[in-house]
Design a protein around this ligand. Sequence first.
Ligand code: ATP
Length: 360
Amino acid sequence: MTDLITLRGVQKYYGDYHALRDINLTIREGEFFSLLGPSGCGKTTLLRVIAGFEGVSGGTVMISGRDMSDVPPNKRPTNMVFQSYAIFPHLTVGQNVAFGLRTRRDIAKSQHAALVKEALHLVGLDGYENRASHAMSGGQRQRVALARALILKPKVLLLDEPLSALDKKMREHMQVELIRLQRHIGITFILVTHDQEEALVMSDRIAVMFAGEIGQLDDPETLYRRPNSRRVAEFIGKMNFLPAQVTGIDGAVTLDIAGFGVTQVPHVQVPEGAVIGPAAVGIRPETLAILFEGETASRHETTATVDEVVYYGDMTYYDVRVKDVPEPLTIAMKNLIGRPVLEVGAQTRIGWDERAIVVF
Ligand code: ATP
């Protein structure tokens, strides 16, 4: 994939407030890219900097190899879909979509109807031109907003929390639709979201932001399996943390983990520059297992006491206490046929696998 957007040393101040701190990243052509992070970390600011609605306080934004410093938003090959959609209720669907063309004097009025039809087709609203906008559902409004942004055939579509106003079912439905749409038209999508699941489901790559900085930029699987810091690990999914000691780093890394004992892991599971001494290890709940009667661990096992049970129908989440581990560990178990749900206070064996460990 070719590079499309390059940010170098981007800084943004609002007065004294440092909202973006030295952002460096490259977004590729045709990529579904997400900016993920907690409220106030600067995701929207970064999106608006790319769109040109905000100037930078330092650094450069390049799109297709061109410095965007002096290029206003309407001259950039980007278009934005806002959280609020900004649909005009007194206009028809067709008029709303055609509104996207208002700044383009070079496109003849006679072409508008055909372009509107094409844009509505892209978002699955064929034949909706003359419908009243105010009578559309949340999901339909979202499509109208998408059509209005797509009518200008931007190279990049910028989406600021586009699904946050929808209920859970509709949001999941639109996630799949957005992925399909992006694959179909092949342009770059940049999505701002604070919803880690949404980012994991939709993105080719994700930049996780904290306090104006990028904590990690990777594909979803790498982010989930190999978070580079505790804060990334905590923000994406659930992670158990256990105190440990690094006791050897020649060849494999030797760890002595509280409650679990001594094990060895390859260097890829350990941060660069790790030294002998105290560390923390992270283990995802679904990589631990309750061992039911007759089951044996494929790698290692230890004993535990059930502290809390949360039944979800398809899954049960157990909090268990392991001797010498300060905090209870969460274990996610599929409720397979014939598997009992354990009760609080039950003694059990749990299985763990050193390949699922991340060292911090
Ligand atoms: P959210 O998910 O809550 O929208 P965000 O990650 O998108 O959060 P931004 O909207 O980019 O965050 O804001 C980052 C920080 O910059 C916040 O602390 C915000 O209060 C501040 N900020 C944003 N816009 C302005 C502005 N125009 N003037 C002053 N401060 C601003």
